[in-house]
Structures are given as structure tokens and as C-alpha cells.
Ligand binder design. Structure first.
Ligand SMILES: *[C@@H]1O[C@H](CO)[C@@H](O)[C@H](O)[C@H]1NC(C)=O
Ligand SMILES: *[C@@H]1O[C@H](CO)[C@@H](O)[C@H](O)[C@H]1NC(C)=O
Ligand SMILES: *[C@@H]1O[C@H](CO)[C@@H](O)[C@H](O)[C@H]1NC(C)=O
Ligand SMILES: *[C@@H]1O[C@H](CO)[C@@H](O)[C@H](O)[C@H]1NC(C)=O
Ligand SMILES: *[C@@H]1O[C@H](CO)[C@@H](O)[C@H](O)[C@H]1NC(C)=O
Length: 439
């Protein structure tokens, strides 16, 4: 009788490992194990599948072949054990697998094909993210490589640049880099991760805005308190900013030390699909000018009006401490104390509305990187004097709404600001705590 491998997908939740069980009863599986070489289990996850097949005696190695159409295998992997995690797959696609056992005798035995459909999940994907590495900066090379492997960024999405290690680039220096990035990246790349801490500025622009929306010289020549071109991505539902607006929102993989950058990356990855519940603290501090966001925050959006997962509250205080539930921490001071006296859930963001928080390494105010040091996964600041315009800082309503809807950190944070030219975004761009399946 021709054996037909029937697989049943038991879908608990996209995050919990989802087990594909051989359609036969457990007894059949056991008795077949010795007569039929087969893939026993395929556990689907986020951009990955874990395959398990029955071990064959006197085997040299197993050859795993797969691709996105039946009987057409475009990728090959080798395993010495009878299980393998296949990473770097694309959500929303069906993959076809087979395994060949190569025996010591030279004989081979191949399984039937098994197919697995990966769920389509909300948010930007690793294959849509470009990664900029400064080959001139050993720390950038190390962080870039760490991020590439942790998030499985495809090699064609990586741009190796030669950037001077200083705080500020001239517009001429920057335009040469921008040109190289634009020429190198495939059009499928929608956003950028920048794997260094300095340079963070191009004249009066942040480097994240300059890469995303081009260098804007207007405010640098006149006054940085002026407005420049607005971000066309602001408050949109776009999932493909490069396709839709020819812009690639950018975010720095930056921190005060390389170890802190790695921890931030780890937190971003750990946040995926955790669906946390907690609070958003919008601080109304003793500094009323910098508490602008608390003053103008719509009362109707307090409590769980924006998301059932987040209790939004105004705190009349200069800091929070001893909290474990701060998913969003919107501060209004030049310097914030006790950030690290809290335990931030993975994926949390914190920022302070002040003039120079975006001067990452040389600010006389507090660097936004102190939020990363304190345990958040994202932060934001301005690199030159913005003056007190709420439109130049993250809007808590938009940030909370879009992030909890299942967008990644880079998408939600960028969409929350209208005037981005002097604002620098820092964080793990793909952090996606409220990642969800799209049907
Ligand atoms: C190889 O496959 C054949 C046919 O399915 C089977 O009879 C044989 O036992 C297999 N050999 C091993 C080592 O699994
Ligand atoms: C990087 O740029 C510097 C100065 O612009 C130059 O001296 C150096 O040779 C460049 N390195 C590479 C690898 O191109
Ligand atoms: C974005 O999508 C939401 C539903 O998720 C909808 O209510 C809103 O009107 C959309 N906004 C725009 C600008 O299309
Ligand atoms: C912020 O604090 C001031 C007192 O410092 C108070 O008058 C004001 O009502 C507070 N605003 C909010 C939104 O709580
Ligand atoms: C925070 O906890 C520490 C001890 O864990 C305690 O000494 C301190 O008073 C607490 N602070 C607040 C504001 O509750």
C-alpha cells in the first residue's frame, strides 16, 4: 500500500511551537520508524521550522533539501542528528522539505516530501530590513555581525560602509554614503538598522532622518527651531515605506557600550509575540515646558482606551521607580534619574522630551541612551535644538496604538512623529511584542 504522509497542523498560537503530527496514530509511527524513513514532525515557528525525522543506523549524514515549490529544492543543509531547525524562512509562504540519509555504505534513502505553511505575521520582517555596518569601526562590525546572525538578516541586505568615527558628518560626506546605500540595497528593503553609535548627526539633521528622508539643509542654514519637510509615513497604515514613499525609516543599534547594545538586541528579540500587559506612564514633571506631552494628551485616551493591554496614565512626578510594567515611559525632563530602578518588559520604550537627548555621546543634557542602559528596547531624542514642538517628538497616542496593533518598534515609533529631521531613533527595529497572525 502506498504510504501517504498526512500531516495535521495543530495551531495553538503562532508563538507557541506548533506541532505537525504524522496523521497516523502514534502506534503506526513507532512501527514505521524501523521500516520507513520519514519526516515525523515539522514544528512551525516565526520564520522557522524544526524538522524531526527517524534516525537511521550507520548514517554518515542527513541532507535536508527545501524550497517554496513542490519537488523543487533550492536550498540544502546538512545535519548529523535527526532533527534540525531551519531558520531564515519567509512567513506567509509554504515550504516543501525532504531529507536524504546518506549511509556509510554509500547507499541513500530519501523521505517523502512534507509541506509546511508559515503563518503570515504582522510587522516588518528581517528580509525587509537593511543593515548598515561601518567597516572602519570594529565595534560596528561586531554589532552588525551579531545582529545579522540573531535576526537572520539576508546578506544581500547588508551594506559595508567606510565612515569616519566622529559625532557629525558633513552633508558631502553623508551624501556619498547615502548614494552607496541607495545603489546597493534591493528594492524589497523597506527600512534600515544602523549598527553604530557615532556618527549620529549630519549637520543639524539626525543620521536616521538623513538616511530615511534625505538630508534637509533648510533648518541648518536658518534655525533648527524651524520646520522642515514632514514625514510622509506619519500616522499612515503603510507596511512598505520604501515601496509607498521611497523612504527607509532608520534606527540606530546604539548604546553607551557594545554589551548594552547586545542586551538591547536580545530584549527586542525576546519581546516578539509576548503580548505583554502593562502601563504607559506619561510624566507631568516639575518641568512644565518639557511636560508638554502630558499637558496635551487627550483625556479620552487615558486608561485602556488605546489598547486593552496598556493602562495609560499621567503621573505627576519626576520619575517612576520600582515598576515592572512600564511598556511606555514618556518623560519630560532634561535629565531623568532612577531609570534603572525599574524593570522594563522586553520591547519597552522610553524617551524624554528635551533639546539634546539625541546627542548620544556628548550631550550636556541626559543622553537618550540612558534609557537603553536602564533596560528599554527603544528610545528617541533630538540632535539639535528643536524648540518645544510636540510634532518633533513621539506622540504617545500614535506610538501606543500602532505598537500594540502588532507593528514593529521601528514602524510604530517612526509613524508617531511628523517632523523627524532632527530626531534620532535608537532601538531594536524589529522588536514586536504584539506581533499577531494576519488572516
Ligand atoms: C530505505 O527505504 C526503503 C523503502 O522505503 C526501506 O525498505 C528501507 O528499510 C529503508 N532503509 C533504511 C535504512 O531506512
Ligand atoms: C576609508 O576612508 C579613509 C578616509 O576617507 C581612507 O583613508 C581609507 O583608506 C578608507 N578605507 C577603505 C577600506 O576604503
Ligand atoms: C488605518 O487602519 C485603521 C484600522 O486598522 C483604520 O481605522 C484607519 O482609518 C486607517 N488609517 C488610514 C490613514 O488609512
Ligand atoms: C500637571 O501638573 C500641574 C502642576 O504641576 C497641574 O496643574 C496640572 O493639572 C497637571 N496636568 C495633568 C494633565 O495632570
Ligand atoms: C523601591 O524599592 C526599594 C527597595 O527595593 C525601597 O527602598 C524604595 O523605597 C522603593 N521606592 C519606591 C518609590 O517605592
Amino acid at each position: 500500500m502506498k504510504h501517504i504522509l498526512v500531516v495535521i497542523y495543530i495551531f495553538y498560537c503562532w508563538l507557541n511551537n506548533v506541532v505537525v503530527i504524522n496523521g497516523s496514530s502514534a502506534g503506526d509511527v513507532l512501527s514505521q520508524q524501523f521500516t520507513k524513513f520519514a519526516i515525523l514532525q515539522a514544528v512551525r515557528g516565526d520564520e522557522q521550522v524544526v524538522l524531526t525525522w527517524n534516525a537511521v543506523p550507520a548514517v554518515l549524514e542527513y541532507v535536508i533539501e527545501y524550497g517554496t515549490s513542490s519537488q523543487t529544492y533550492t536550498k540544502t543543509l546538512i545535519s548529523l542528528s535527526s532533527s534540525l531547525t531551519i531558520t531564515g524562512l519567509d512567513n506567509g509562504f509554504t515550504y516543501y522539505f525532504r531529507v536524504t540519509a546518506r549511509l556509510i555504505t554509500g547507499a541513500t534513502n530519501t523521505t517523502s516530501e512534507v509541506s509546511v505553511r508559515l503563518p503570515r505575521l504582522s510587522g516588518l520582517r528581517p528580509r525587509e530590513l537593511g543593515l548598515l555596518i561601518n567597516d572602519n569601526d570594529p565595534e560596528s562590525v561586531m554589532i552588525g555581525e551579531y545582529y545579522r546572525t540573531r535576526r537572520h538578516i539576508p546578506s544581500q541586505n547588508i551594506v559595508h560602509l567606510n565612515v569616519s568615527i566622529k559625532v557629525q558628518l558633513s552633508s558631502a560626506e553623508f551624501l556619498a554614503l547615502k548614494d552607496q546605500v541607495d545603489r546597493t540595497l534591493p528594492t524589497t528593503v523597506q527600512a534600515l538598522a544602523i549598527a553604530w553609535t557615532i556618527p549620529y548627526r549630519v549637520e543639524c539633521n539626525s543620521i536616521t532622518s538623513a538616511f530615511a528622508l534625505n538630508y534637509m539643509d533648510g533648518p541648518c542654514k536658518a534655525s533648527t527651531c524651524n520646520w522642515a519637510a514632514s514625514s510622509p509615513y506619519y500616522k499612515t497604515n503603510s507596511t512598505k515605506p520604501f515601496t509607498d514613499f521611497k523612504m527607509r525609516p532608520a534606527m540606530m543599534l546604539a548604546a553607551l557600550t557594545a554589551d548594552e547594545t547586545k542586551s538591547m538586541i536580545n530584549r527586542g528579540i525576546a519581546s516578539d509575540g509576548t503580548h505583554p500587559r502593562g502601563s504607559a506612564y506619561i510624566m507631568n514633571t516639575t518641568d512644565s515646558l518639557r511636560s508638554l506631552r502630558a499637558r496635551i494628551f487627550p483625556v479620552a485616551n487615558l486608561g485602556t482606551a488605546l489598547s486593552s493591554s496598556v493602562n495609560v496614565q499621567i503621573r505627576n512626578a519626576d520619575w517612576i521607580s520600582n515598576t515592572t510594567d512600564a511598556l511606555f515611559y514618556f518623560q519630560g525632563l532634561a535629565s531623568v534619574i532612577n531609570i534603572d530602578r525599574n524593570e522594563f518588559p522586553p520591547g519597552a520604550i522610553g524617551d524624554h522630551l528635551t533639546s539634546f537627548g539625541g546627542m548620544l555621546t556628548d550631550s550636556y543634557q541626559m543622553s537618550a541612551l540612558k534609557f537603553i542602559a536602564g533596560g528599554t528596547t527603544g528610545t528617541f531624542g533630538t540632535v539639535t535644538e528643536p524648540c518645544a514642538y510636540a510634532e518633533k517628538f513621539p506622540d504617545p497616542t500614535i506610538m501606543i496604538q500602532y505598537y500594540t496593533k502588532g507593528e514593529t518598534l521601528i514602524e510604530a515609533y517612526w509613524k508617531s512623529i511628523l517632523q523627524t529631521f532632527q530626531g534620532i531613533f535608537v532601538g531594536e527595529p524589529l522588536a514586536n511584542p504584539w506581533k499577531q497572525e494576519i488572516v
